[in-house]
Ligand binder design. Structure first.
Ligand SMILES: Cc1cc2nc3c(=O)[nH]c(=O)nc-3n(C[C@H](O)[C@H](O)[C@H](O)COP(=O)(O)OP(=O)(O)OC[C@H]3O[C@@H](n4cnc5c(N)ncnc54)[C@H](O)[C@@H]3O)c2cc1C
Length: 277
């Protein structure tokens, strides 16, 4: 779609070329959302493509994804075998039910900054203790957990002019055992519920709830909880008003499925296992 209100498109090639932020600016990732609907308030696009960032890098400390890494590039990653949770990467890419055209354009940063509850890169990064690197306009940088960065539908912790530069997933999180569950109202529908559980060597358990809730919700236990404790903690952490309501699922269905899938994950990760749970 043509964005008729846009008068300038800037393509900085280095950090010093990032413009002073103005109302009406929008950072352009892959543009799959920006160009999908009218944007009457946007006057200027700041296109990140000119930076030419390396899409992703693996190292002893984990996986670093540039904000401009596309879903297709991430899906193609060959992860080290000791990263037992790496199968989540493909699960989350596939939770993004879109054509190859979207997969080749949509970026990790755009998915996170758009902050739709069904954003699968939010699910992945929140569950794997991902940390976002934010560039501020005055040249400083700050880091924030992705689980905290996404505050609600279309709401993130970005100040005017800030850009999400990268997301880092630590190796310790990638080495954990993991289990994935997703539910949608239709076979090819958008995620209505997406839960990821991970378990550490010490037996600690983390459950991350996304898609069913307005923002990511994470529960952390020092040991695997019994079924009743998990249900009680879920009920306490997610009041009814926090369940999301849109055409992809009613809150009561999302609550029911969240509890059901959480128990499945609990059962799965209670079993002894080496690799994928
Ligand atoms: C068929 C189809 C299916 C889709 N399915 C899903 C789905 O299942 N789940 C889902 O969440 N979305 C879905 N989308 C919406 C959208 O395509 C994705 O969220 C996509 O990941 C957005 O990424 P992008 O790079 O194209 O973002 P853009 O459209 O470029 O930007 C999205 C928003 O993020 C901001 N932004 C982008 N990058 C940055 C950055 N680095 N720093 C700061 N702000 C930034 C932009 O200013 C804009 O507000 C779908 C879209 C289509 C057309």
């Amino acid at each position: 779609m043509d964005l008729n209100a846009v008068t300038d498109v800037l393509r900085p090639c280095g950090r010093a070329e990032l413009p002073i932020a103005c109302e009406g600016d929008a950072v352009l990732g892959g543009g799959t959302w920006l160009f999908s609907e009218p944007q009457p308030a946007i006057r200027r696009l700041i296109d990140l493509a000119g930076f030419g960032w390396e899409p992703l890098r693996t190292g002893a400390d984990g996986l670093t994804l540039s904000a401009t890494c596309t879903i297709a590039e991430l899906n193609g990653l060959e992860a080290p075998s000791e990263w037992r949770a790496a199968f989540l990467i493909r699960e989350c890419c596939r939770a993004f039910l879109a054509s190859f055209k979207i997969w080749n354009m949509a970026t990790v940063g755009g998915n996170i900054c758009l902050a739709l509850p069904a954003g699968p890169m939010i699910s992945l990064a929140a569950a794997l203790e991902g940390e976002g690197v934010l560039w501020a306009p005055e040249g400083t940088e700050r880091r924030v957990r992705i689980a905290d960065f996404v505050r609600g539908p279309r709401e993130v912790a970005l100040a005017l002019g800030e850009v999400l530069r990268a997301v880092h997933l630590p190796a310790e999180a990638l080495r954990r055992r993991a289990a994935f569950r997703r539910a949608s109202l239709t076979p090819l529908g958008r995620s209505g519920v997406l839960l990821i559980g991970t378990r550490g060597e010490e037996g600690d358990f983390a459950l991350t709830v996304t898609a069913s809730t307005r923002r990511p919700v994470q529960l952390v236990f020092p040991a695997m909880p019994i079924s009743g404790e998990l249900a009680a903690q879920l009920a306490a952490a997610i009041p009814d008003a926090l369940y999301y309501d849109d055409m992809h699922g009613r809150p009561d269905w999302r609550r029911h499925m969240t509890h059901l899938l959480a128990q499945e994950i609990r059962d799965e990760l209670s079993e002894p296992g080496e690799g994928r749970a």
